[in-house]
Ligand binder design. Structure first.
Ligand code: FAD
Length: 478
């Protein structure tokens, strides 16, 4: 009998537990991907990511064909249709077992539950962990709960790594003669992702380049958006084109061993991979995070502003704060933004404009090529002060000094704000007086808020909350 591998956010043949286990059983293997364009829209995901998905599916089809495994791409509207679609397909193409890797979002988990209920009598369903080094729910406090603070989570994560290491699976053996490849072309609105070569080979090359050339200097350069100091692997990790285990293997290969503590070469990057896992484990433990709700329930009472003009100025990069505007225009034009800038613009939206983090989260999702719920929600709630282990509410980034610190010469600002090209470096973070003296004031908007006052207002908003409950137990009705 045949085994079916259902690909979702794990578009790779190497280190793919579901694919590996399905082929290891020695049966015929076939693969499926179910595209849900309506669900994609409901989740507000970006057209550039959809294009990247389409190209990565094509690359996956090629890789699978070389292994003698056919890939069928089915189309449904939303997840609701998936159980029936799958059942109908299985009637025509009987299989004895279904293999898949787990996903973390609540809609994906509900879909899987519905599939399980629909197909449980028909075939064996086996699910694996393919998106984290350690499975969701496997790292807990002594009382068996998920950590709500990053540092102890990271400590346990590292202890687990020391104890068991990580498991890196090879590409499975070919199952037969190479097949001819189907053409994959996803429908729906797309924006070209040509700047990001698709496929796991391209992802692996980028990983090798980063670990060979920039890993050891990452701690020093990662905060400067004008230089390429980070890996740019997020689009590949978000769709599962590469795996976190492969990232660990690359570190180990470069440094001969994995760094286990702060101060060791490569640790700062490893720590970011642990943040990624922290947010994914949190999403599974606290379903309310997938439902537009704050991690800290008391912060639901915050009185956010509904100033649509201010939100529009933020989205389009017209706030009058150069580092914020350069970052947003970069996002709008490329579909990607540097982590330091994500923190700055998220702080600006929530703490200077006092606009609900959910609006920023949704806008990011609609633009990012690497948009993924766990990291995006985690990042936004961290910046807004509503999340697990969030920035303290009184810590408000000053957009001008952030610009001065991390883009000292204004190179990044000038790249994205050509109207400031002539402004001297010393003036570029507050260019208005200089522009006025040159009679060029019309070129660039005046600041839409005064940072000092806005900061005090943000602190007052939080201070007005009733005593935050110590116990942040999940109050989710599951
Ligand atoms: C407001 C906000 C929104 C964000 N939205 C997303 C998102 O939708 N998708 C996304 O992948 N990341 C998101 N991040 C996290 C981070 O900004 C990006 O992962 C990073 O900028 C990607 O660049 P890189 O691949 O060069 O990262 P590197 O610095 O090279 O890090 C390697 C990998 O670690 C992971 N990672 C790094 N930093 C973080 C972090 N703070 N939280 C979680 N994972 C991390 C990513 O998978 C990244 O590719 C967000 C951060 C903030 C503050």
């Amino acid at each position: 009998m045949r085994h079916l591998v259902w690909f979702r956010a794990d578009l790779r043949v190497a280190d793919n537990p579901a694919l590996y286990e399905a082929t290891a059983a020695g049966c015929d293997v076939t693969a499926i991907y179910i595209d849900c364009v309506g669900q994609w829209q409901q989740h507000g995901r970006a057209p550039i990511q959809r294009d990247f998905l389409s190209h990565n599916l094509q690359a996956l089809a090629l890789q699978l064909a070389a292994l003698g495994i056919p890939l069928t791409v089915l189309s449904a509207d939303t997840f609701v249709e998936v159980p029936e679609q799958l059942a109908a397909w299985l009637e025509k193409h009987p299989c004895s077992a279904l293999y898949a890797n787990r996903e973390v979002g609540i809609d994906e988990r509900r879909r899987d539950k519905a599939v399980q209920q629909r197909l449980v009598d028909t075939l064996d369903i086996r699910v694996f962990n393919g998106d984290c080094v350690f499975n969701h729910g496997s790292l807990t406090t002594q009382s068996g709960d998920m950590y709500k603070v990053f540092t102890p989570f990271a400590k346990t994560w590292l202890a687990q790594l020391r104890a068991t290491g990580y498991r890196l699976l090879p590409v499975p053996d070919a199952q037969g003669q190479p097949l001819s490849v189907v053409e994959v072309e996803l429908e729906g609105t797309r924006v070209s992702s040509h700047a990001w070569p698709a496929g796991e080979r391209a992802g692996a090359e980028r990983l090798a380049l980063f670990s060979g050339q920039a890993l050891c200097d990452y701690g020093e350069y990662r905060d400067y958006p004008a230089i390429e100091g980070t890996s740019s692997l997020s689009p590949y990790l978000a769709l599962g084109v590469i795996s976190p285990n492969q990232c660990l293997a690359a570190i180990e290969q470069e440094l001969t061993q994995l760094p286990m503590s702060r101060g060791e070469a490569g640790f700062v990057w490893l720590n970011e991979l642990i943040w990624r896992e922290f947010y994914r484990h949190l999403l599974v433990a606290f379903p309310r995070l997938s439902m537009n709700r704050a991690f800290k329930p008391d912060t639901e009472a915050l009185q956010w502003s509904h100033d649509t003009a201010a939100f529009d100025a933020w989205c389009t990069g017209n706030t009058g704060y150069p580092i914020v505007d350069a970052a947003m225009r970069c996002l709008n034009q490329t579909g990607w933004m540097h982590n330091r800038l994500r923190m700055i613009v998220a702080s600006f939206l929530t703490k200077d404009l006092h606009i609900d983090w959910r609006q920023g989260e949704a806008y990011f999702m609609s633009r990012l090529i690497d948009g993924e719920l766990a990291a995006n929600n985690g990042g936004w709630q961290w910046a807004a002060g509503t999340g697990a282990d969030a920035a303290p509410y009184f810590r408000v980034f000053n957009p001008t000094t952030q610009g001065e610190r991390f883009d000292g010469n204004g190179d990044f600002i000038r790249r994205w704000l050509p109207e400031l090209a002539e402004v001297p470096a010393k003036k570029v973070h507050q260019p208005h007086d200089w522009l006025d003296t040159q009679q060029l004031g019309y070129l660039y908007p005046k600041p839409i808020v005064e940072h000092k006052r806005a900061r005090l207002h943000a602190i007052a908003m939080f201070a007005a909350l009733k005593d935050p409950p110590d116990d942040l137990k999940d109050q989710e009705a599951r």
